[in-house]
Ligand binder design. Sequence first.
Ligand code: SAH
Ligand code: ZN
Ligand code: ZN
Ligand code: ZN
Ligand code: ZN
Length: 466
Amino acid sequence: MAGETRASHAKVYGVDVVLDEEENIDNPYCEHGPTVLFEKFIKNKPSQKYYACSACRERKDCNFFQLKDEKITKGKEILQKEIKKKLFGKKKKSIKQLSTDDKWCFDCGVVVATVNNPHQLHSVRFLNANELKTPTLLINPKSDKKTNAQYFFSEETCKLFITMITKLQFKKIICVGTPRLFEMITSNDKLDASAILLDIDDRFKHFYDGSQYQQYNMFNDFFFDATNGKKSFDKFLSDAHSNEILIIVDPPFGGMATLLANTLSKLWKECGDDNLVATMLVFPYFLESHVINTSMSTLQMLDYKVSYTNHPHFNNLNKRGSPVRIFTNIPADKISLPQEHYRFCKLCQRYVYKENRHCNVCKLCTSKDGRTYIHCSQCEKCVKPGRLHCETCKNCEAVGHKCNRSQVVGCHICGSEDHKRKDCTNKPVAEEEEQSVGEKRKMRSIKQAASKQKGAAKNKKRKTVV
Ligand code: SAH
Ligand code: ZN
Ligand code: ZN
Ligand code: ZN
Ligand code: ZN
């Protein structure tokens, strides 16, 4: 990616990521590996470049911050040394893999170490061999952080992946942030495929050896185990043909798409075939533009609604179903979707949601959210159902909307007509932050609902587990 232009920039709330390789040689490290160089644009002031964490968007999750041209104090120097020592130090304590001799506390989701333990009133017992193969059914999914919440695929969605792997005969599956799928693949004897799990959650170390799992940061392509991480991955790939490899990524949706795209480009190179390595990225349809604006634009959105077991909205129990989709470079006609809800559109040569109607004007099945879109001849495109064309706004709008909220067609910060104000790089930062408040609020309510559900699930477990 960095080869395309000298510097690649992505817009993120008034802050760009600088991926220029020359500028990124000496990035300092945070506890999540090499940091990323950001450039912040401030109204009427020169822009500011600084290093911050690749994975954590919120300061409370990782507070690393260093201006690019900052004079490094002794204190900061020591801090750098300590971070690197923690990451690369020889004295890292070796992790014991769990066995059937270990007791597990089902309430806390941890190994019970001693006899005299704080789990006396909890459900504690030995693990059997099958349970050791399915850690995602044991550990408590992380749900506390916006950038690192764990939502596991539903059975139906796992099945779709497995069927696809079987049908298209993939032999080497790289599971990036997809632990549930990983265990479905590796515990399936009928499947003639091997897999490796790359995930930042190091609890998987207790369940898998280095050839099966490596702790990895998908936002900077960083292996935490300096000696064996990359080595194990290379070994996994050593006997693989690039056309037998499948990469499946399910990132935290709050993460930065530009960084993910950068990592994918690197992984594609590792696999020996830039761009052509089969890849499936799990991402919501409403963030499609984030995918299109990066080197991941080769991935196209499928209609399939990805569902999760422990997410309050991203499942197919509610009326609209999940907004999460699969973005892939596998030709869409090769991926058949369950007949109950999907049909094959001969004109588009892909499976679409049954309610997604082919529009003869757009020459596409135009729905993104799964409902039937309606063509508006004035807008010259298909629009969401229920919208009416408004003469004042010159656009299809919701009934009862406030007119003239955005009168200008293009951007009224820089005057360009090919983007709106909200996408302008020259936008004052304060405004960007204001805009993201709505999004944050949404995330917060999703989180709250998730933790409530987690509590409920825990209670349920307590009743069922002896
Ligand atoms: N649906 C998937 C799980 C997705 S949850 C499944 O069922 O298999 C997102 C996963 O990404 C989590 O397992 C989390 O630990 C991991 N993750 C979060 N941030 C990451 C990062 N920076 N690098 C790598 N993995 C990350
Ligand atoms: Zn960090
Ligand atoms: Zn149309
Ligand atoms: Zn219209
Ligand atoms: Zn109007």
